[in-house]
Design a protein around this ligand. Structure first.
Ligand code: MLT
Length: 396
């Protein structure tokens, strides 16, 4: 078989695989180092008891002939879609437009099938590397990159995207932590309507968005004619290992030919996918109850408090720090160092593993992304190491 030639367009390793590779190399050379990870955005805190009960009940039901079920509906259980509609969108997004899935990353890959090989893709740089990698794996049209820099307040100039078919937006942005204001998002939606662009709005971190800022693109009138939204339970409910997400493909969203997009998304859901796990969907139902939403708030507040601890430490060191208000990530600038040099310095000098900004796109060079997903003890120790500038004993 011939290799898909588009593999030539992407690096050999996915960003976090590359980070892990370098970390293992470091650990080989410094086996006694107590490394703290502030790298991949992976939740660390246990899931709350109400949600755990929902997961338990689902497992129990599978062990009883009377309640056992096999495949669920490909679009997701109706009660889960209704609960997402009611709890996340206050009923403003119809449950019939919601598709439950096993993760936003998988949805991004499957969306590329929907777009096809000819379309032109615009995206923020830096942004979640999966938009770029999956776009390049499906076609060789040059990407339209929209720089988000400290100088433009991490809000991109959209004009280069006027000719695009697809615009990926991450809000709040992973990695910069920037959340769009209502007026900024309104301008983006109007731009997309004017230029017939379909927006893919990734709201995986929406629970971190503070009051007064839009959590969903559908809070902007007219967005349901131009936007697909992706939501996830991973970062909001600690479901990164459980796996549960959703996409919204509104009935009003059409191709440039006027044909509706939703039936094709349903075709992809039914052809490439057999639905999200029953267990995670039942866990999702528990999350979407009042008690579950309280557990989410507690988790989000916990990680935001971690962010504050880390932000203070970097600020005390005189570094330029962004993000952390609407997001569990900090975006820290290291003047005079490339991202990988800063990564090596943090790892060698402080035994802290981070994520190099350049892994999110060229415009991220010179930055590190710092994740606040971690226990309070490890985050506090990391903050002390950052303030102290060096090290921690290498003995356990
Ligand atoms: C991140 O750390 O940005 C992601 O959540 C990890 C991933 O999905 O690759």
């Amino acid at each position: 078989m011939k290799r898909n030639p588009y593999f030539e367009q992407i690096s050999n390793r996915y960003l976090f695989q590359e980070v892990r590779h370098r970390l293992l190399h470091f650990k080989d050379k410094s086996p006694d180092a107590r490394v703290i990870s502030l790298s991949i955005g992976d939740t660390t805190e246990p899931i709350g008891p109400h949600t755990i009960q929902g997961l338990h009940d689902a497992v129990q039901a599978l062990g009883d002939r009377a309640t056992y079920t096999g495949y669920g509906p490909e679009q997701g259980f109706a009660d889960v879609r209704e609960a997402i509609s009611k709890t996340i969108y206050q009923g403003k997004v119809p449950s019939d437009d919601i598709f439950v899935s096993d993760g936003s990353k998988c949805d991004i890959g499957r969306l590329q099938l929907l777009f096809g090989p000819a379309c032109s893709v615009a995206l923020q740089t830096p942004s979640y590397p999966v938009y770029q990698d999956t776009s390049l794996l499906f076609r060789n049209n040059p990407l339209i990159l929209l720089p988000c820099t400290a100088e433009n307040g991490f809000v991109p100039d959209l004009s280069p995207a006027a000719s695009a078919d697809i615009l990926f937006l991450c809000n709040p942005c992973n990695p910069t932590g920037r959340a769009f204001s209502f007026s900024q998002l309104e301008q983006i939606v109007h731009f997309a309507i004017k230029h017939s662009i379909t927006i893919i709005f990734d709201s995986a971190y929406s629970s971190y968005v503070q009051p007064g800022f839009p959590k969903s693109i559908y809070e902007i009138p007219g967005a349901d004619t131009v936007a697909i939204e992706l939501g996830s339970f991973s970062k909001i409910a600690g479901f990164s290992g459980v796996r549960l997400a959703w996409s919204v493909v509104p009935s009003k969203l059409n191709y440039s030919t006027g044909q509706p997009i939703k039936p094709d998304w349903m075709r992809i859901a039914t052809t490439f996918f057999n639905g999200a796990s029953i267990i995670s969907q039942k866990g999702g139902m528990a999350v979407l109850s009042d008690a579950g939403m309280k557990e989410i708030d507690d988790q989000v507040n916990f990680y935001l408090a971690n962010t504050k601890i880390l932000k203070e430490a970097f600020t005390e060191r005189g570094l330029e720090v962004y993000g952390g208000t609407h997001s569990p990530y900090l975006w820290v600038r290291f003047h005079g160092l490339s991202s990988w040099q800063a990564f090596d310095k943090m790892l060698q000098d402080m035994h802290i593993v981070t994520t190099p900004g350049i892994g999110f796109g060229q415009a991220g060079d010179g930055f590190l992304r710092i994740s606040s997903f971690g226990s309070r003890a490890s985050v506090t120790e990391a903050a002390n190491r950052i303030k102290g500038g060096c090290l921690c004993s290498t003995q356990q």
